[in-house]
Each structure stands twice: as structure tokens, then as C-alpha cells.
Design a protein. Structure first.
Length: 238
């Protein structure tokens, strides 16, 4: 008997890509090994990452639970176990493993987790802001001028040294602003999770959800812009 038939009772949580086994056409009940022919089944491409790991759509999650579930599923689908299987089973194993790896990387990072949830709940969120956040507009314009001046200077000159010192200070200030944005996001994460836990579907709750999504999207967009500026600073003054 195939080694994957053991202890499958607790591994029936992922929706499959089809309602019938791809190999023997038996009806599938959601498990990812067919009870009849014991062939591995492809995880549904429509499955969201939270459901993949049995997690609710929350933004504050237990990363230990996430990691435990990830390793459990990784062992079930690891390509090493399918080296002597059919080409179809090897392909399914690789596809399932790739999906799990992407899902795990996304959910273990708070920012990527928030971006992913926003994508699920409110459409595309990763549009890169092309203008500075309103409260940083003048500072960013001045910083860009300083960067341009530094790039065109003699790096060994005293003037370049002065500019470099200013740019280091600007970097520190922007990194502090980035941390403040992340603190604001954590507060919004808590409010989102509390709203999810209430499980209400009133018009007021829907309006509050949309407001939270909009606020998170704005902060994430601002953070992305600031992060890109910081990266530009680091590359320029390295």
C-alpha cells in the first residue's frame, strides 16, 4: 500500500480542482488523496491562501500554526516522494508544492499578507504610487534634488561629504516614517480582525469594512513609495 494512505484522516481540508479523481474518476469529497486509487490530487487553483492553511481571513495570525500546517502539507506533497510515480503524479506534486510555498511566503509576512487580503477583498492593490504621500510632498521633492546633486558631484569632495551626511539623515527620517506607517497598519489589522470576528453583514458593517480596506490600501501605497525612496537612497549613498 502507498505510504501516503497512512494518517490521511486529518488531511482532508483542501478543496480539489475537480469533483472526481483524475485517475479513476471516483467521486472526491475534498481530500487530496483518492480513497479508491490513492493517487495524489491537484489542489484547486481557486483556493485562497488562508483557506489553504485552514485560517480565517485575519491579518493577525499565529505564525506557529501557519508554519506547522505548512510543514505538514509540504511532507504530503514533497516531490521526493513522487520520484517513482507517474508523470501525472509528479506534475501534481510539483504544482501543489509550488502553490504551498507561495502561499506560505505570502502569509508569513504581515505586509504581503495584508496586500494579499486586500487583493482578495477589494481587487488589485499593488499599484505603485507615482507621487509622494501628501504630508511628505515637499520633503520628498527636496530629497530628490539632493540626490540629483549628490549623483552629479565629485564623491571625494567636501561638498559630496556634506550631501552624504544629509542623505543619511533623510534616510533615518524616512525609515522612522515607514515604521510609523507599519504601526498604523497594525492598528487597522486589529480593527479588521475584530470586525471579522463579529460576523455581521449589516450595511453599517459593510461600510466599515470598505473604509478599513481603503485606509489600509492608502497606507500600504504610501509605505511602498517611501520604501522605494529609501532603497534608492541606500543604493545611491552606498
Amino acid at each position: 500500500m502507498d505510504e501516503h494512505t497512512h494518517n490521511t484522516g486529518d488531511r482532508r481540508e483542501l478543496r480539489m480542482a475537480r469533483s472526481m479523481c483524475w485517475h479513476c474518476q471516483s467521486e472526491m469529497a475534498g481530500e487530496y488523496f483518492c480513497d479508491r486509487c490513492v493517487k495524489v490530487q491537484p489542489v484547486s487553483k481557486d483556493l485562497d491562501y488562508f483557506t489553504c492553511f485552514g485560517l480565517p481571513r485575519r491579518l493577525v495570525i499565529d505564525t506557529n500554526v501557519l508554519e506547522t500546517k505548512f510543514y505538514e502539507l509540504s511532507r504530503a506533497f514533497h516531490p521526493d516522494f513522487y520520484q517513482n510515480k507517474s508523470d501525472a503524479e509528479q506534475t501534481i506534486s510539483l504544482g501543489n508544492s509550488a502553490m504551498l510555498n507561495t502561499a506560505y511566503r505570502t502569509l508569513r509576512d504581515p505586509i504581503q499578507r495584508a496586500e494579499y487580503l486586500l487583493d482578495l477583498e477589494a481587487g488589485a492593490v499593488k499599484d505603485i504610487r507615482t507621487t509622494p504621500p501628501a504630508d511628505l510632498f515637499e520633503e520628498i521633492l527636496e530629497l530628490q534634488d539632493t540626490l540629483d546633486e549628490f549623483r552629479g558631484s565629485d564623491r571625494a569632495s567636501a561638498h559630496a561629504s556634506t550631501l552624504r551626511t544629509k542623505l543619511h539623515a533623510d534616510r533615518t527620517a524616512l525609515e522612522q516614517r515607514q515604521r510609523e506607517m507599519e504601526a498604523q497598519l497594525l492598528q487597522l489589522f486589529g480593527r479588521w480582525d475584530a470586525l471579522q470576528d463579529r460576523g455581521e453583514a449589516t450595511e453599517q458593517v459593510r461600510a466599515e469594512r470598505n473604509h478599513l480596506l481603503k485606509d489600509m490600501r492608502n497606507i500600504l501605497s504610501n509605505r511602498t513609495y517611501v520604501k522605494n525612496i529609501v532603497n534608492d537612497l541606500v543604493e545611491t549613498i552606498a
